[in-house]
Design a protein. Structure first.
Ligand SMILES: C[S@@+](CC[C@H](N)C(=O)[O-])C[C@H]1O[C@@H](n2cnc3c(N)ncnc32)[C@H](O)[C@@H]1O
Length: 222
């Protein structure tokens, strides 16, 4: 397990608070996501390099903002999404139904124990979830992601990251004042955890939107 990255703040949203918090946020989540996270989501899709016909899992699919893009790029494949919060998934299901998509499922599920056999997926995507969770969960979840990917399967993660410039520090300060102002998210740095989990060809990019810093991490299961 990598040594803790000193500048990461501890998670302050307790495990039992995640579902109630995101059940409340589900209504207004998309406006925030469009303002501060859409550029990182686009980069995530570019790095994912989806080929139609793949078997794809999005963990923490939320309101389905990225999930419907996966469906557009993978109309003949199988696309699955899980999330802990049913209220977020209800929005995702509406979105997917409006698009008239097929070959998909959106189910309640926990990143820590994915209900899929080993080696099932070509691609696993997970956006803005680790930044809510305690560092002690990171290795377990990455092991689980690795388990459900096939050898050669790709992993793309997006998260709020720690500031690299003074003007990005506002978000960490807001979290210090009141974690709920930023949906319980603080900046994380996942690169050493992804490397320690045994992924290959791991790389990290930082994307800043409205001064909000996100990291996009890519890796491949050997
Ligand atoms: C900030 S939202 C991100 C949603 C979506 N990925 C996006 O980028 O718009 C965080 C989501 O993570 C989900 N979540 C938190 N912990 C989880 C876990 N252990 N397993 C699955 N989903 C989880 C929450 O329910 C919430 O929908």
């Amino acid at each position: 397990m990598p040594r803790s990255s000193g500048d990461m703040q501890p998670a302050r949203l307790g495990e039992s608070e995640v579902v109630p918090t995101y059940s409340r946020l589900a209504v207004r989540y998309d406006s925030w996501a469009a303002l501060a996270e859409s550029t990182a989501r686009r980069r995530c899709l570019e790095l994912a390099a989806i080929q139609n016909g793949e078997t794809i899992l999005e963990v923490a699919a939320g309101t389905g903002l990225l999930f419907v893009e996966l469906l557009k790029l993978n109309p003949d494949g199988v696309t699955e999404g899980v999330d802990l919060t049913e209220a977020m998934l209800m929005k995702a299901r509406d979105r997917a139904a409006r698009q008239g998509a097929r070959n998909y499922r959106l189910l309640v599920g926990d990143a820590r124990h994915l209900d899929y056999p080993a080696g099932r997926f070509d691609l696993l995507i997970n956006n803005y979830m680790f930044d809510l969770l305690p560092e002690s969960d990171f290795a377990t979840i990455l092991e689980e992601f690795k388990r459900v990917l096939r050898p050669g399967g790709r992993l793309v993660l997006v998260n709020m990251t720690t500031p690299e410039h003074w003007y990005q520090a506002l978000w960490e300060q807001l979290y210090r004042w009141s974690p709920s102002l930023v949906g319980g998210c603080r900046g994380v740095r996942l690169l050493p955890f992804v490397q320690s989990a045994g992924f290959h060809r791991v790389r990290r990019e930082v994307v800043s939107q409205m001064t909000f810093p996100s990291e996009v991490i890519y890796g491949v299961k050997p």
